[in-house]
Design a protein around this ligand. Structure first.
Ligand SMILES: O=C(O)c1cccc(C(=O)CC[C@H]2O[C@@H](n3cnc4c(=O)[nH]cnc43)[C@H](O)[C@@H]2O)c1
Length: 214
């Protein structure tokens, strides 16, 4: 039998949108982890300890680097980066990789990521592939947005959970994907400009595609 797919979201509204899109299927298990990389890692590890899964997906809304991913579009991660895991230095940010303490980058299942991106596009959705950044703090200034985009060429989206979910899955040797529906632009904080409905609609549409291709 094909192993189940575990989808981890941060909040219930994200889970509900994806479940609506997936429809009636037992092959997908959609769980709520809470906001942020620590909650995501611990709760993903707990779920993985009690089940047999062949793929783990971190999914939800996210901020978009709008030249790559406009509001209302979807992003499929080509890699997952802990963008604030490191140290500030006089010469700028140094990642843990540069400091020699491990890796701030976790790989995704590249073949499945490409399949999902193509399937989303074939379904008429706006979908891009690119690095997705995990940050414990939502970016709130144009300066930080520029710094991140410069530091991570091709950066497509940021969110708060992907690296935690991916770390837990990697510990178990299970492949990972991250999919984000863009609710807002990465940059100056303007909560009134967040387009939650557009993002949840995109997330639901993505669920419909995932059940067909995963
Ligand atoms: O408005 C705030 O101050 C605030 C502080 C912390 C979190 C939030 C959220 O609503 C985030 C919830 C959820 O959404 C993802 N998300 C959405 N947009 C972004 C973003 O631009 N940067 C990072 N994360 C984002 C995130 O994964 C959270 O799970 C609001």
């Amino acid at each position: 039998m094909t192993k189940r797919v575990l989808i981890m979201t941060a909040v219930e509204a994200e889970r509900d949108a994806i479940v609506k899109g997936l429809g009636d299927t037992e092959r997908f298990d959609v769980r709520v982890a809470g906001v942020g990389p620590v909650a995501a890692a611990v709760r993903t590890a707990n779920v993985l300890a009690g089940g047999d899964y062949g793929l783990v997906v971190s999914a939800g809304i996210g901020g978009g680097f709008t030249e790559v991913a406009p509001v209302g579009s979807l992003v499929v991660a080509t890699e997952i980066l802990a963008a604030d895991l490191g140290a500030q230095t006089g010469q700028g940010f140094s990642s843990v990789d540069e400091l020699g303490f491990g890796s701030s980058k976790l790989p995704v299942d590249a073949e499945r990521a490409a399949t999902v991106t193509a399937a989303l596009q074939a379904a008429g959705l706006i979908a891009a592939a690119g690095p997705v950044l995990t940050l414990a703090t939502v970016t709130g200034t144009a300066e930080t947005a520029r710094e991140l985009a410069t530091r991570v060429p091709g950066a497509a989206a940021e969110a708060m959970e992907g690296y935690g979910v991916a770390f837990a899955a990697q510990e178990k040797g299970i492949p990972v994907l991250e999919i984000r529906a863009i609710s807002n632009a990465v940059g100056p904080r303007d909560r009134s400009a967040w387009r939650m409905k557009d993002a949840f609609d995109a997330l639901q549409a993505a669920g419909k595609v995932l059940v067909e291709v995963l």
